[in-house]
Design a protein around this ligand. Structure first.
Ligand code: GLU
Ligand code: ZN
Length: 488
Protein backbone atom coordinates (compact mmCIF):
# COMPACT_ATOMS: atom_id res chain seq x y z
CA UNK A 1 0.00 0.00 0.00
CA UNK A 2 1.22 3.47 -0.85
CA UNK A 3 0.93 5.28 2.46
CA UNK A 4 -0.36 8.84 2.27
CA UNK A 5 -0.83 10.99 5.36
CA UNK A 6 -1.52 14.65 5.84
CA UNK A 7 -1.08 17.48 8.27
CA UNK A 8 -4.22 19.57 7.92
CA UNK A 9 -3.94 22.70 10.05
CA UNK A 10 -6.54 25.44 10.13
CA UNK A 11 -4.76 28.80 9.92
CA UNK A 12 -6.65 30.21 12.88
CA UNK A 13 -3.67 30.56 15.19
CA UNK A 14 0.10 30.31 15.33
CA UNK A 15 1.70 26.89 15.12
CA UNK A 16 2.01 25.36 18.56
CA UNK A 17 3.52 22.31 20.21
CA UNK A 18 0.45 20.14 19.64
CA UNK A 19 0.28 20.91 15.93
CA UNK A 20 3.95 20.29 15.38
CA UNK A 21 3.68 17.01 17.27
CA UNK A 22 0.87 15.92 14.94
CA UNK A 23 2.83 16.98 11.87
CA UNK A 24 5.97 15.28 13.10
CA UNK A 25 4.31 11.95 13.87
CA UNK A 26 2.67 11.99 10.44
CA UNK A 27 6.02 12.80 8.87
CA UNK A 28 7.91 10.08 10.74
CA UNK A 29 5.24 7.53 9.95
CA UNK A 30 5.22 8.41 6.24
CA UNK A 31 8.99 8.43 5.92
CA UNK A 32 9.45 5.23 7.89
CA UNK A 33 7.06 3.50 5.48
CA UNK A 34 8.34 5.06 2.28
CA UNK A 35 5.07 6.99 2.09
CA UNK A 36 4.02 10.53 1.28
CA UNK A 37 3.49 13.40 3.71
CA UNK A 38 1.08 16.08 2.58
CA UNK A 39 0.26 19.57 3.84
CA UNK A 40 -3.32 20.68 3.37
CA UNK A 41 -4.59 24.06 4.50
CA UNK A 42 -8.04 23.83 6.04
CA UNK A 43 -8.91 27.48 5.73
CA UNK A 44 -12.70 27.29 5.65
CA UNK A 45 -13.27 29.15 8.89
CA UNK A 46 -13.07 32.62 7.40
CA UNK A 47 -13.90 34.46 10.60
CA UNK A 48 -10.76 33.25 12.37
CA UNK A 49 -8.53 33.10 9.31
CA UNK A 50 -5.49 35.32 8.94
CA UNK A 51 -2.69 35.49 6.34
CA UNK A 52 -0.34 35.96 9.26
CA UNK A 53 -1.12 32.46 10.52
CA UNK A 54 -0.35 30.99 7.11
CA UNK A 55 2.95 32.84 7.07
CA UNK A 56 3.65 31.58 10.59
CA UNK A 57 2.98 28.03 9.40
CA UNK A 58 5.55 28.25 6.62
CA UNK A 59 8.09 30.10 8.76
CA UNK A 60 7.76 27.52 11.51
CA UNK A 61 8.32 24.51 9.32
CA UNK A 62 11.14 26.11 7.37
CA UNK A 63 12.81 26.79 10.66
CA UNK A 64 12.14 23.31 12.02
CA UNK A 65 13.45 21.93 8.76
CA UNK A 66 11.14 19.10 7.87
CA UNK A 67 9.02 19.27 4.78
CA UNK A 68 5.97 17.86 3.05
CA UNK A 69 6.12 16.07 -0.28
CA UNK A 70 2.96 17.72 -1.56
CA UNK A 71 1.41 20.98 -0.44
CA UNK A 72 0.14 24.43 -1.38
CA UNK A 73 3.61 25.85 -1.89
CA UNK A 74 5.05 23.00 -3.95
CA UNK A 75 1.97 21.52 -5.60
CA UNK A 76 1.41 17.84 -6.27
CA UNK A 77 -0.84 15.40 -8.11
CA UNK A 78 -4.04 16.21 -6.19
CA UNK A 79 -3.74 20.01 -6.09
CA UNK A 80 -5.00 22.43 -4.99
CA UNK A 81 -4.04 21.83 -1.36
CA UNK A 82 -5.91 24.83 0.00
CA UNK A 83 -9.54 24.22 0.80
CA UNK A 84 -10.74 27.70 -0.13
CA UNK A 85 -9.55 26.93 -3.66
CA UNK A 86 -11.73 23.82 -3.84
CA UNK A 87 -15.16 25.26 -3.05
CA UNK A 88 -17.10 23.95 -6.09
CA UNK A 89 -16.06 20.41 -5.20
CA UNK A 90 -17.60 20.54 -1.75
CA UNK A 91 -20.92 21.89 -3.00
CA UNK A 92 -21.04 19.13 -5.58
CA UNK A 93 -20.54 16.45 -2.93
CA UNK A 94 -23.00 18.04 -0.51
CA UNK A 95 -25.63 18.04 -3.25
CA UNK A 96 -24.81 14.44 -4.04
CA UNK A 97 -25.61 13.54 -0.43
CA UNK A 98 -28.93 15.34 -0.74
CA UNK A 99 -29.74 13.43 -3.90
CA UNK A 100 -29.02 10.21 -2.01
CA UNK A 101 -31.24 11.37 0.86
CA UNK A 102 -28.29 11.37 3.28
CA UNK A 103 -28.41 15.10 3.79
CA UNK A 104 -31.00 17.86 3.61
CA UNK A 105 -31.54 21.58 3.15
CA UNK A 106 -32.15 23.53 6.33
CA UNK A 107 -33.68 26.99 6.00
CA UNK A 108 -33.76 27.86 9.69
CA UNK A 109 -32.56 31.42 10.18
CA UNK A 110 -30.41 32.76 12.98
CA UNK A 111 -33.47 34.01 14.80
CA UNK A 112 -35.06 30.58 15.02
CA UNK A 113 -31.81 28.90 16.00
CA UNK A 114 -31.21 31.55 18.65
CA UNK A 115 -34.64 30.97 20.16
CA UNK A 116 -34.04 27.24 20.10
CA UNK A 117 -30.74 27.63 21.98
CA UNK A 118 -32.38 29.90 24.50
CA UNK A 119 -35.24 27.50 25.11
CA UNK A 120 -32.82 24.59 25.51
CA UNK A 121 -30.73 26.56 27.97
CA UNK A 122 -33.79 27.43 30.04
CA UNK A 123 -35.17 23.91 30.06
CA UNK A 124 -31.82 22.36 30.85
CA UNK A 125 -33.55 19.24 29.59
CA UNK A 126 -30.49 17.69 28.08
CA UNK A 127 -31.74 18.24 24.53
CA UNK A 128 -28.91 20.14 22.90
CA UNK A 129 -28.22 21.33 19.40
CA UNK A 130 -30.32 21.49 16.29
CA UNK A 131 -33.84 20.07 16.63
CA UNK A 132 -33.93 18.57 13.10
CA UNK A 133 -36.78 20.85 12.18
CA UNK A 134 -36.05 20.78 8.43
CA UNK A 135 -35.24 17.09 8.20
CA UNK A 136 -38.82 16.30 7.23
CA UNK A 137 -39.76 19.27 5.07
CA UNK A 138 -41.85 18.16 2.10
CA UNK A 139 -40.27 18.19 -1.31
CA UNK A 140 -42.63 21.01 -2.35
CA UNK A 141 -41.65 23.12 0.58
CA UNK A 142 -37.98 22.67 -0.21
CA UNK A 143 -38.52 23.53 -3.88
CA UNK A 144 -40.50 26.61 -2.95
CA UNK A 145 -37.89 27.85 -0.48
CA UNK A 146 -35.10 27.32 -2.97
CA UNK A 147 -37.17 29.06 -5.64
CA UNK A 148 -37.64 32.05 -3.36
CA UNK A 149 -33.89 32.21 -2.89
CA UNK A 150 -34.09 31.59 0.86
CA UNK A 151 -30.65 31.15 2.39
CA UNK A 152 -29.93 27.60 3.50
CA UNK A 153 -27.34 25.27 4.93
CA UNK A 154 -26.96 21.58 4.12
CA UNK A 155 -27.06 19.19 7.06
CA UNK A 156 -26.02 15.57 7.38
CA UNK A 157 -28.67 13.06 8.45
CA UNK A 158 -27.35 11.26 11.48
CA UNK A 159 -29.26 8.00 11.97
CA UNK A 160 -31.65 8.42 14.88
CA UNK A 161 -30.91 5.05 16.37
CA UNK A 162 -28.16 2.47 16.47
CA UNK A 163 -24.42 2.88 16.75
CA UNK A 164 -21.50 3.79 14.53
CA UNK A 165 -18.11 2.16 14.83
CA UNK A 166 -14.75 3.35 13.56
CA UNK A 167 -11.38 1.66 13.66
CA UNK A 168 -8.50 3.36 15.43
CA UNK A 169 -4.95 2.07 15.24
CA UNK A 170 -4.28 2.95 18.84
CA UNK A 171 -7.68 2.67 20.48
CA UNK A 172 -9.02 -0.32 18.56
CA UNK A 173 -12.66 -0.33 17.45
CA UNK A 174 -14.52 2.58 18.94
CA UNK A 175 -18.31 2.41 19.09
CA UNK A 176 -20.54 5.47 19.40
CA UNK A 177 -24.24 5.72 20.00
CA UNK A 178 -25.71 7.69 17.13
CA UNK A 179 -27.81 9.52 19.70
CA UNK A 180 -24.54 10.92 21.08
CA UNK A 181 -23.43 12.36 17.76
CA UNK A 182 -24.17 16.04 17.21
CA UNK A 183 -27.69 16.18 15.75
CA UNK A 184 -27.37 16.70 12.01
CA UNK A 185 -24.23 18.81 11.71
CA UNK A 186 -23.92 21.42 8.99
CA UNK A 187 -21.87 20.34 5.98
CA UNK A 188 -22.25 23.37 3.74
CA UNK A 189 -22.73 26.83 5.22
CA UNK A 190 -25.03 29.50 3.83
CA UNK A 191 -22.04 31.39 2.42
CA UNK A 192 -21.19 28.36 0.29
CA UNK A 193 -18.19 27.37 2.39
CA UNK A 194 -18.00 23.79 3.61
CA UNK A 195 -17.60 23.03 7.28
CA UNK A 196 -14.60 21.13 8.56
CA UNK A 197 -16.51 17.83 8.40
CA UNK A 198 -17.42 17.97 4.72
CA UNK A 199 -14.16 19.39 3.47
CA UNK A 200 -12.06 17.06 5.59
CA UNK A 201 -13.83 13.90 4.43
CA UNK A 202 -14.03 14.90 0.76
CA UNK A 203 -10.37 15.89 0.68
CA UNK A 204 -9.06 12.89 2.58
CA UNK A 205 -10.88 10.77 0.02
CA UNK A 206 -9.86 12.71 -3.09
CA UNK A 207 -6.28 12.99 -1.89
CA UNK A 208 -6.11 9.24 -1.31
CA UNK A 209 -5.21 9.61 2.34
CA UNK A 210 -4.66 6.17 3.86
CA UNK A 211 -4.07 7.10 7.51
CA UNK A 212 -5.41 9.99 9.55
CA UNK A 213 -3.17 10.75 12.51
CA UNK A 214 -4.46 13.61 14.57
CA UNK A 215 -5.07 14.81 18.11
CA UNK A 216 -7.53 13.00 20.34
CA UNK A 217 -9.77 16.04 20.54
CA UNK A 218 -11.01 15.04 17.07
CA UNK A 219 -12.40 11.71 18.24
CA UNK A 220 -16.02 12.95 18.39
CA UNK A 221 -15.80 13.82 14.69
CA UNK A 222 -14.76 10.33 13.75
CA UNK A 223 -18.19 8.58 13.93
CA UNK A 224 -19.77 11.44 12.07
CA UNK A 225 -17.15 11.16 9.34
CA UNK A 226 -17.70 7.43 9.27
CA UNK A 227 -21.37 8.04 8.47
CA UNK A 228 -20.33 10.26 5.56
CA UNK A 229 -17.84 7.75 4.19
CA UNK A 230 -20.53 5.11 4.30
CA UNK A 231 -23.04 7.40 2.63
CA UNK A 232 -20.64 8.06 -0.23
CA UNK A 233 -19.63 4.43 -0.37
CA UNK A 234 -16.00 5.35 0.28
CA UNK A 235 -13.52 3.57 2.47
CA UNK A 236 -12.60 5.50 5.59
CA UNK A 237 -8.86 5.99 6.13
CA UNK A 238 -7.47 4.19 9.14
CA UNK A 239 -7.63 6.54 12.10
CA UNK A 240 -4.97 7.03 14.71
CA UNK A 241 -5.80 9.50 17.45
CA UNK A 242 -2.63 10.63 19.15
CA UNK A 243 -2.32 10.91 22.93
CA UNK A 244 -3.09 14.25 24.50
CA UNK A 245 -0.32 16.61 25.53
CA UNK A 246 -0.84 17.82 29.09
CA UNK A 247 0.83 20.35 31.35
CA UNK A 248 2.42 19.23 34.63
CA UNK A 249 -0.91 19.72 36.41
CA UNK A 250 -2.71 17.19 34.24
CA UNK A 251 -4.70 19.72 32.26
CA UNK A 252 -4.43 20.05 28.52
CA UNK A 253 -1.26 21.99 27.68
CA UNK A 254 -2.14 25.65 27.27
CA UNK A 255 -0.74 29.14 27.67
CA UNK A 256 -1.34 28.85 31.40
CA UNK A 257 1.54 26.38 31.57
CA UNK A 258 3.99 28.55 29.65
CA UNK A 259 4.98 28.97 26.05
CA UNK A 260 3.08 26.80 23.59
CA UNK A 261 3.65 28.60 20.30
CA UNK A 262 6.72 27.47 18.39
CA UNK A 263 7.83 31.03 17.68
CA UNK A 264 7.99 31.70 21.42
CA UNK A 265 10.46 28.85 21.83
CA UNK A 266 12.37 30.11 18.83
CA UNK A 267 12.56 33.61 20.29
CA UNK A 268 13.77 32.24 23.61
CA UNK A 269 16.63 30.50 21.84
CA UNK A 270 15.63 26.88 21.47
CA UNK A 271 17.24 24.98 18.63
CA UNK A 272 14.97 23.31 16.10
CA UNK A 273 16.80 20.00 16.58
CA UNK A 274 16.03 20.06 20.29
CA UNK A 275 12.38 20.93 19.81
CA UNK A 276 11.88 18.25 17.19
CA UNK A 277 13.66 15.68 19.28
CA UNK A 278 11.66 16.49 22.38
CA UNK A 279 8.28 16.92 20.71
CA UNK A 280 8.58 13.61 18.85
CA UNK A 281 8.89 11.88 22.19
CA UNK A 282 5.59 13.27 23.46
CA UNK A 283 3.54 10.12 23.37
CA UNK A 284 6.01 8.14 21.33
CA UNK A 285 9.08 6.18 22.32
CA UNK A 286 12.05 5.23 20.20
CA UNK A 287 13.45 2.88 22.78
CA UNK A 288 17.05 2.20 22.19
CA UNK A 289 18.43 3.54 25.41
CA UNK A 290 19.11 7.01 24.13
CA UNK A 291 17.36 10.35 24.40
CA UNK A 292 19.00 12.21 21.57
CA UNK A 293 18.00 11.40 18.01
CA UNK A 294 18.37 13.16 14.73
CA UNK A 295 15.26 13.24 12.61
CA UNK A 296 16.73 10.58 10.33
CA UNK A 297 17.37 8.30 13.28
CA UNK A 298 13.79 8.80 14.40
CA UNK A 299 12.55 7.83 10.94
CA UNK A 300 14.66 4.73 11.19
CA UNK A 301 13.27 3.77 14.61
CA UNK A 302 9.65 4.91 14.32
CA UNK A 303 6.95 2.31 14.79
CA UNK A 304 3.22 2.86 15.22
CA UNK A 305 3.32 0.29 18.02
CA UNK A 306 5.56 2.65 19.96
CA UNK A 307 2.85 5.29 20.19
CA UNK A 308 1.30 5.54 23.66
CA UNK A 309 -2.35 5.66 24.48
CA UNK A 310 -1.71 7.46 27.71
CA UNK A 311 -1.36 11.23 27.61
CA UNK A 312 2.07 12.80 27.48
CA UNK A 313 3.18 15.48 29.94
CA UNK A 314 5.06 18.42 28.55
CA UNK A 315 8.10 19.03 30.70
CA UNK A 316 9.71 22.41 30.11
CA UNK A 317 12.82 21.43 32.05
CA UNK A 318 13.35 18.32 30.00
CA UNK A 319 13.10 20.38 26.84
CA UNK A 320 15.67 22.77 28.28
CA UNK A 321 17.96 19.83 28.96
CA UNK A 322 17.60 18.67 25.35
CA UNK A 323 18.40 22.16 24.19
CA UNK A 324 21.55 22.31 26.28
CA UNK A 325 22.68 19.00 24.82
CA UNK A 326 22.27 20.26 21.28
CA UNK A 327 24.00 23.55 22.07
CA UNK A 328 27.05 21.64 23.29
CA UNK A 329 27.18 19.66 20.08
CA UNK A 330 27.71 22.85 18.07
CA UNK A 331 31.14 23.98 16.99
CA UNK A 332 32.25 27.37 18.33
CA UNK A 333 31.74 28.92 14.92
CA UNK A 334 28.22 27.51 14.55
CA UNK A 335 27.24 28.56 18.02
CA UNK A 336 28.61 32.07 17.54
CA UNK A 337 26.41 32.40 14.45
CA UNK A 338 23.37 31.17 16.36
CA UNK A 339 23.94 33.41 19.34
CA UNK A 340 24.62 36.55 17.30
CA UNK A 341 21.01 37.61 16.61
CA UNK A 342 20.25 37.35 20.31
CA UNK A 343 23.18 39.63 21.18
CA UNK A 344 22.11 42.08 18.49
CA UNK A 345 18.53 42.01 19.77
CA UNK A 346 19.70 42.72 23.30
CA UNK A 347 21.64 45.72 21.99
CA UNK A 348 24.98 44.24 23.03
CA UNK A 349 26.53 44.36 19.58
CA UNK A 350 25.79 45.42 16.02
CA UNK A 351 24.92 42.91 13.32
CA UNK A 352 27.73 43.99 10.99
CA UNK A 353 30.86 44.05 13.10
CA UNK A 354 33.80 41.79 12.43
CA UNK A 355 35.53 42.67 15.71
CA UNK A 356 32.39 41.56 17.54
CA UNK A 357 32.28 38.38 15.46
CA UNK A 358 35.83 37.62 16.56
CA UNK A 359 35.00 38.37 20.19
CA UNK A 360 31.98 36.07 20.07
CA UNK A 361 34.03 33.28 18.63
CA UNK A 362 36.57 33.62 21.45
CA UNK A 363 33.80 33.69 24.02
CA UNK A 364 32.02 30.51 22.90
CA UNK A 365 34.17 28.08 24.90
CA UNK A 366 33.31 30.16 28.00
CA UNK A 367 29.55 29.92 27.61
CA UNK A 368 28.89 26.75 25.66
CA UNK A 369 28.66 24.56 28.75
CA UNK A 370 26.43 27.02 30.52
CA UNK A 371 23.83 27.99 27.96
CA UNK A 372 20.40 26.46 28.34
CA UNK A 373 18.85 28.60 25.65
CA UNK A 374 20.60 30.84 23.15
CA UNK A 375 19.07 33.96 24.64
CA UNK A 376 20.98 33.30 27.89
CA UNK A 377 24.04 34.43 25.98
CA UNK A 378 23.02 38.08 26.19
CA UNK A 379 23.16 38.28 29.96
CA UNK A 380 26.09 35.89 30.13
CA UNK A 381 28.29 37.75 27.65
CA UNK A 382 27.39 41.39 28.17
CA UNK A 383 30.38 41.98 30.46
CA UNK A 384 32.74 41.04 27.63
CA UNK A 385 31.37 43.91 25.58
CA UNK A 386 31.10 46.62 28.19
CA UNK A 387 31.86 47.25 31.85
CA UNK A 388 29.19 45.62 33.98
CA UNK A 389 27.00 47.76 36.21
CA UNK A 390 28.44 47.93 39.73
CA UNK A 391 26.71 45.35 41.90
CA UNK A 392 25.93 45.99 45.56
CA UNK A 393 29.08 46.19 47.68
CA UNK A 394 28.10 43.01 49.53
CA UNK A 395 28.57 41.05 46.32
CA UNK A 396 32.32 41.64 46.45
CA UNK A 397 32.76 40.22 49.90
CA UNK A 398 34.17 36.67 50.15
CA UNK A 399 32.36 34.29 52.49
CA UNK A 400 32.80 35.10 56.18
CA UNK A 401 34.89 38.18 55.37
CA UNK A 402 34.17 41.89 55.38
CA UNK A 403 34.30 44.76 52.94
CA UNK A 404 37.78 45.77 54.13
CA UNK A 405 39.09 42.37 53.13
CA UNK A 406 37.38 42.57 49.75
CA UNK A 407 39.03 45.92 49.15
CA UNK A 408 42.38 44.64 50.30
CA UNK A 409 42.12 41.60 48.01
CA UNK A 410 41.28 43.80 45.03
CA UNK A 411 44.39 45.90 45.69
CA UNK A 412 46.45 42.70 45.74
CA UNK A 413 44.85 41.59 42.46
CA UNK A 414 45.60 44.95 40.94
CA UNK A 415 49.25 44.51 41.83
CA UNK A 416 49.31 41.08 40.20
CA UNK A 417 47.53 42.35 37.11
CA UNK A 418 49.91 45.26 36.73
CA UNK A 419 53.02 43.13 37.04
CA UNK A 420 53.99 41.44 33.84
CA UNK A 421 51.21 38.91 33.92
CA UNK A 422 51.00 37.01 30.64
CA UNK A 423 47.40 37.56 29.58
CA UNK A 424 47.69 35.06 26.76
CA UNK A 425 48.60 32.13 28.98
CA UNK A 426 45.87 30.84 31.28
CA UNK A 427 48.12 28.53 33.22
CA UNK A 428 50.72 31.09 34.18
CA UNK A 429 47.92 33.53 35.05
CA UNK A 430 46.46 31.09 37.49
CA UNK A 431 49.94 30.29 38.84
CA UNK A 432 50.62 33.96 39.44
CA UNK A 433 47.48 34.40 41.54
CA UNK A 434 48.14 31.20 43.49
CA UNK A 435 51.67 32.27 44.26
CA UNK A 436 50.51 35.70 45.33
CA UNK A 437 47.82 34.26 47.62
CA UNK A 438 50.50 32.15 49.33
CA UNK A 439 52.85 35.09 49.67
CA UNK A 440 50.29 37.24 51.43
CA UNK A 441 48.83 34.32 53.39
CA UNK A 442 45.35 34.58 51.87
CA UNK A 443 43.02 31.91 50.61
CA UNK A 444 42.93 31.74 46.83
CA UNK A 445 39.13 31.87 46.97
CA UNK A 446 39.19 35.06 49.02
CA UNK A 447 41.53 36.64 46.52
CA UNK A 448 39.59 35.66 43.45
CA UNK A 449 35.99 36.25 44.53
CA UNK A 450 36.19 40.06 44.55
CA UNK A 451 38.21 39.89 41.35
CA UNK A 452 35.53 37.85 39.64
CA UNK A 453 32.88 40.37 40.66
CA UNK A 454 35.05 43.26 39.50
CA UNK A 455 35.65 41.68 36.09
CA UNK A 456 32.26 40.08 35.34
CA UNK A 457 29.87 41.94 37.65
CA UNK A 458 28.68 38.72 39.30
CA UNK A 459 29.78 36.03 41.75
CA UNK A 460 28.74 33.32 39.34
CA UNK A 461 30.12 33.82 35.87
CA UNK A 462 31.93 32.19 32.99
CA UNK A 463 35.55 31.25 33.75
CA UNK A 464 37.49 34.17 35.20
CA UNK A 465 40.93 33.85 33.65
CA UNK A 466 39.50 33.19 30.21
CA UNK A 467 37.41 36.30 30.63
CA UNK A 468 40.47 38.32 31.62
CA UNK A 469 42.38 36.96 28.68
CA UNK A 470 39.63 38.08 26.30
CA UNK A 471 39.33 41.50 27.94
CA UNK A 472 43.10 42.06 28.02
CA UNK A 473 45.35 43.68 30.58
CA UNK A 474 44.25 47.28 30.22
CA UNK A 475 40.54 46.57 30.57
CA UNK A 476 41.20 44.20 33.47
CA UNK A 477 43.13 46.84 35.33
CA UNK A 478 40.46 49.46 34.70
CA UNK A 479 37.75 47.24 36.10
CA UNK A 480 39.71 46.43 39.22
CA UNK A 481 40.44 50.11 39.78
CA UNK A 482 36.82 51.06 39.30
CA UNK A 483 35.77 48.49 41.87
CA UNK A 484 38.40 49.67 44.33
CA UNK A 485 37.16 53.23 43.95
CA UNK A 486 33.60 52.04 44.40
CA UNK A 487 34.30 50.12 47.58
CA UNK A 488 36.58 52.72 49.14
N1 GLU B 1 -8.20 21.27 10.44
C1 GLU B 1 -8.17 20.38 11.54
C2 GLU B 1 -7.25 20.95 12.59
O1 GLU B 1 -7.17 22.13 12.69
C3 GLU B 1 -7.73 19.02 11.09
C4 GLU B 1 -8.12 17.90 11.99
C5 GLU B 1 -7.86 16.59 11.30
O2 GLU B 1 -6.70 16.24 11.16
O3 GLU B 1 -8.82 15.98 10.84
O4 GLU B 1 -6.57 20.31 13.33
ZN1 ZN C 1 -33.73 23.91 9.70
Amino acid sequence: MNIRVRYAPSPTGNQHIGGVRTALINYLFAKSMGGTFILRLEDTDRTRYSDGYVKNLYDTFHWLGFYWDEGPDIGGPVAPYVQSERLPLYRQYAEQLIAMDKAYYCFCDEERLGQLRKAQDEQKSGEQGYDRHCRNLSRDEVTRNLGEGKPYVIRLKIPLEGTTTFADLLLGDVEWKNADISPDPVLLKSDGFPTYHLANVVDDHLMNITHVMRAQEWIPSAPLHRIMYDAFGWEQPLLCHLPMVLGQDGHKLSKRHGATAVNEFRKAGYLPEALINYIAQLGCSFEDGRDLFTIDEMIELFKVEKLNKAPAVFDYQKLEWFNGQYIRQKSDAELAQLVKPFLVDAGIREGEDSAADALDLQAMPLVKERLKVLSDAAAMMAYLYRKPAMPAAAEFIPKKRDQQTALQMLRECLAVAMEDLDFSNLETMEEAFKRHAEQIGAKLGDLLMPLRVAITGARVSPPLFESMRILGQQETIERIKDSIAYLS
